[in-house]
Ligand binder design. Structure first.
Ligand code: NDP
Length: 331
């Protein structure tokens, strides 16, 4: 079985590729240039021709994935911008929406063998502020961020959330419109903040992907020039990168995943950064503070447990593995 993974050099995607190869799948990964291709082939050298690379330099181009989808049995679409550097919405929206719809359109035209497409969405597409202490589920959809952007909001975090919501909505709309014409069904995965050891190419902490840079800032970085107390008191929900990778694999293997959007969050889903600090026994901030703080938002994982049955990692496993990895890099 051959699986196409878009944005294969990314933080989450590298783990998806690894888990797919370990599970016996063949993988075709898309990257933007030859250097990124080289890192992938080197990392997974032992799998030989079970890994091929397809160059897709611009995912917003019409028909960008037309060649890449030919001959694959399934698709994991992960490529989408996740950073907070954009000034205008289109910097997020174009690649997020056009990338997703473009992939589905290429699969419609040239993916005759495709049986399932998994789209990496986000809890950003679920998230909304309704009331205090809310438990959100797959029934919740974030229309709020897009409204805020329409009203002129330019906070990159809000624009990012809107891009994930719009891309996911576009995927479901495409599916509704074309389901009679295609051989595949759709699965959407919605993780909150993803943490865990990086295996993608990263030379220094400043170049970490967005979620892991947040972790580095809270636990390791020294010269933050910040209000440490406020930062360490803040938090949210999370999941280990290896568990979201496993979710991508099981989403292909489990028939029942078809047609579902599935929240993938850790068993103790809510954290403050102080809790990560304390779990790692680091002396930073105010050890023990804000324990048992009532989270504003948590996510219901009943559907994931029923359909995918993941055995997800705990905070202490994740934090120990990350700090071990950072130490090995001399960070
Ligand atoms: P990374 O930044 O590590 O990976 C993003 C991938 O998407 C890279 O391969 C990147 O290519 C590609 N990409 C981004 N923008 C473009 C573009 N304009 N054109 C072509 N390719 C592009 O991020 P993550 O691994 O963290 O994120 C992967 C997916 O998971 C995204 O869809 C993200 O929204 C989602 N997600 C991530 C969470 C997290 O906490 N990390 C949480 C929830 C969802 P290149 O390297 O060449 O830029």
């Amino acid at each position: 079985t051959k699986v196409l993974v878009s944005g294969a050099n990314g933080y989450i995607a590298m783990w998806v590729v690894r888990r797919l190869l370990e599970s016996g799948f063949s993988v075709r990964g898309t990257v933007r240039n030859a250097e990124k291709a080289r890192f992938l082939t080197q990392t997974f050298e032992k799998y030989g021709d079970k890994l091929e690379i397809a160059m897709v330099d611009d995912i917003t181009k019409e028909g960008a994935f037309d060649e890449a989808v030919k001959g694959v049995d399934a698709i994991e679409h992960t490529a989408s911008p996740f950073h907070y550097r954009a000034k205008e919405p289109h910097e997020f929206f174009e690649p997020a929406i056009k990338g997703t719809v473009g992939m589905l359109n290429s699969a419609l035209k040239y993916g005759q063998g495709v049986k399932r497409i998994v789209v990496t969405s986000s809890c950003a597409a679920v998230f909304q502020v309704k009331e205090e202490n809310q438990v959100l589920s797959e029934k919740d959809f974030n229309y709020q961020s897009q409204r805020e952007v329409d009203e002129g909001e330019r906070d990159p975090q809000v624009m990012y959330r809107a891009s994930k919501s719009l891309a996911e909505k576009a995927a479901w709309d495409f599916w509704k419109e074309h389901k009679a014409e295609v051989s595949w069904d759709l699965v959407v995965l919605n993780p909150p903040l993803v943490l865990g050891p990086p295996i993608h190419e990263v030379d220094k902490p400043e170049n970490l992907n967005t979620s892991m840079f947040a972790f580095y800032t809270a636990l390791v970085k020294q010269d933050n020039g910040w209000d440490e107390t406020a930062y360490l008191k803040s938090g949210g929900c999370w999941v280990d990168v290896r568990d979201i990778a496993e979710a991508h694999v099981r989403s292909l293997e489990r028939e029942a995943a078809g047609g579902e959007r599935i929240i993938i969050a850790a068993p103790t889903p809510h954290y403050t950064w102080q809790e990560w600090v304390d779990t790692a026994n680091l002396n930073r901030g105010r050890p023990g503070a804000w324990k048992g703080i009532t989270p504003k938002i948590t996510y219901d994982t009943a559907l994931e447990q029923r359909v995918l049955g993941l055995n997800k990692r705990t905070m202490s496993e994740t934090v120990n593995d990350i700090l071990f990895d950072f130490k090995a890099r001399g960070w």
